[in-house]
Design a protein around this ligand. Structure first.
Ligand code: AMP
Ligand code: MG
Length: 292
């Protein structure tokens, strides 16, 4: 199953979230049975990140958006922690600081977009400026409604500069969210995560759904598609996202750069002596062996 085809949002078409089964797992029966496939995708992501870094001409931006407890942190921990930290980063978007709020809404995001060769994951993003900002009426509609076009232009500009963009909405049901909040209550090591606002935001579920549906319909594009990922089952969420990310990087046309030196010459000049037991590297290695 190609999950890019299955879960992609079409431009201009509102994904009806209440009609999309958040517990979907396709033909996969269980976590245990899906695990080898997830592991293979994650390994492939790690290898491809090495290639992206070596290639040095393109970059990848992954945007994670969701309501609370849908699993953004879990996606980062399970799927992105195998990538080389030298070339991968994660940035979380909170309420704007005073300095951030003094600029246009894309400013703080633009500062964090990936440079050539890099992978960046946004845990929340500039989409908050058409989501939480809309739901809580932090700016008037005349302001947030113009942001869709600005976002499309921004993403097109990034894309033209060599950035591939993937946007995931982690779709959970309100019942699953409440069950996850309850698990946090029952686990003292996670009490620090609980906030009163988690519960008050739940009251605004329909408003958030409307804001998400509008935002995804207005900003899903060929260069920056949205995917609605059924996320009630954490393992299925990981399976679908890891497949989409690894298939996407795989098609970025990355290649290892050619060697900048004459490899045969380097081999002859610096390594031949060692192979023949003459003084040089080999001699030093033997001496060291004695000391050791
Ligand atoms: P968390 O991701 O749970 O640490 O929470 C971060 C909080 O910051 C969430 O409640 C977001 O809705 C909020 N947030 C992020 N970006 C913005 C923004 N541009 N304006 C207002 N609130 C924001
Ligand atoms: Mg939160």
């Amino acid at each position: 199953m190609d999950y890019r085809k299955k879960f992609a949002v079409e431009r201009g078409e509102k994904p009806r979230l209440s009609k999309i089964d958040a517990s979907y797992t396709g033909k996969h029966e269980s976590h245990e049975k899906a695990l080898p496939e997830i592991q293979a995708h994650v390994e492939s992501m790690d290898k491809l990140q090495y290639l992206l870094y070596a290639d040095g001409n393109k970059s990848l931006l992954v945007v994670l958006q969701a309501l609370d407890a849908a699993g953004k942190d879990g996606v980062i921990r399970h799927l992105f922690s195998g990538m080389n930290p030298q070339g991968t980063s994660v940035f979380g978007f909170k309420q704007p600081s005073r300095d951030e709020a003094a600029h246009d809404f894309l400013w703080r995001a633009h500062l964090r977009t990936p440079g050539k060769g890099e992978v960046v994951v946004f845990n929340r993003s500039y989409y908050e400026d058409v989501l939480v900002v809309r739901v809580h009426k932090l700016v008037p509609e005349s302001v947030w409604s113009k942001r869709y076009d600005l976002i499309n232009d921004f993403e097109q500009m990034l894309s033209q500069n060599g950035t591939t963009i993937l946007k995931f909405y982690l779709h959970i049901s309100p019942e699953e969210q409440l069950a996850r909040f309850k698990q946090r209550l029952d686990d003292p090591s996670r009490h620090w995560k609980i906030s009163e606002s988690d519960y008050s935001e739940r009251e605004l579920w329909p408003q958030y759904v409307e804001a998400y549906e509008d935002a995804m319909a207005a900003t899903s594009s060929k260069q920056a598609p949205w995917y609605v990922i059924p996320s009630n089952h954490k393992w299925f969420r990981n399976l679908a996202i890891s497949q989409i990310v690894s298939d996407t990087i795989n098609e970025m046309g990355l290649k290892l750069p050619p060697a900048r030196v004459d490899i045969a010459e380097i081999r002859r000049k610096y390594h031949a002596a060692a192979a023949e037991g003459k003084p040089g590297e080999g001699h030093r290695a033997k001496k060291n062996a004695k000391v050791g």
